[in-house]
Design a protein around this ligand. Structure first.
Ligand code: ZN
Length: 240
């Protein structure tokens, strides 16, 4: 049994379609979404409907929350603010309610999923180093937890100490916990423009980070045509 675990889609339909195609080709029959389905790119409604119709476990991200409610967006950067105001206008009330009803943390089979951190999942902190990871590990009661939010794939490991490990294939070892960032489908920020997600192979107890090329020109053109900030299109090519 193989899970495709994907998140930070950010309304990038071309990237989402490419990832789902690749996951199917790789034999994944189960899917889990780590949130931030909307925000930044031009197809929030389409991406939301795809994830909703997959009927897979999903958790809420900060952009999902920002799109769902009418609260102030002052805490977000100007690009995110502009995109979320536009996104609110593109979603129906019912779609916004669906986003708001997503839970912050879920357990799926033997693993946990969260968008940002386990120590305070609704505060939207970033896990970028082993000290941040340590805080999450104290609240991690399964061997493996998958998360997103930073848009940078990375695997933290904890036994006697906490280490930032490899970002590709890992074979899970007994007595070691793993906090796995699967990267971002729709707006990678590690310098690689290709969509990122993870495959968890339950039988073999491995996780692999996959990178998938997609039709970036179309995604960029749609962002510009929608009147969203041009920087949101430019950054996709740079992977940041
Ligand atoms: Zn995000």
């Amino acid at each position: 049994m193989k899970f495709a675990i994907f998140g930070d889609i950010h309304a990038n339909l071309e990237a989402l379609q490419a990832v789902l195609q690749d996951a199917g080709d790789q034999g994944c029959a189960s899917f889990v979404c780590l949130g931030d389905i909307v925000g930044y790119a031009a197809n929030p409604s389409e991406c939301l409907e795809i994830v909703r119709q997959m009927n897979c476990p999903a958790v809420r991200g900060n952009h999902d929350e920002g799109a769902a409610c009418n609260s102030s967006l002052d805490e977000l950067n100007p690009l995110a603010q502009a995109a979320l105001l536009w996104t609110r206008s593109q979603l129906t009330r019912e779609q916004r309610d669906w986003l708001q009803d997503l839970r912050l943390v879920r357990q799926v089979r033997d693993f946990t999923v969260v968008h940002a951190t386990l120590d305070s999942p609704g505060a939207w902190g970033y896990v970028t180093n082993r000290f941040d990871a340590m805080a999450s590990f104290s609240y991690q009661f399964t061997q493996v937890c998958f998360y997103g939010h930073t848009h940078v794939p990375r695997i933290f490991e904890k036994d006697d100490s906490v280490r930032a490990g490899r970002v590709t294939d890992v074979q899970f070892q007994r007595g070691v916990k793993y906090f796995v960032n699967v990267g971002s489908v729709g707006q990678p920020r590690d310098g690689d423009w290709r969509a990122s997600y993870a495959i968890y192979d339950v039988q073999n107890q491995t996780v692999a980070i996959r990178r998938v090329e997609y039709d970036i020109e179309t995604a960029q053109k749609k962002i510009l045509d929608a009147g969203l900030p041009p920087l949101l299109a430019e950054r996709l090519s740079l992977g940041k």
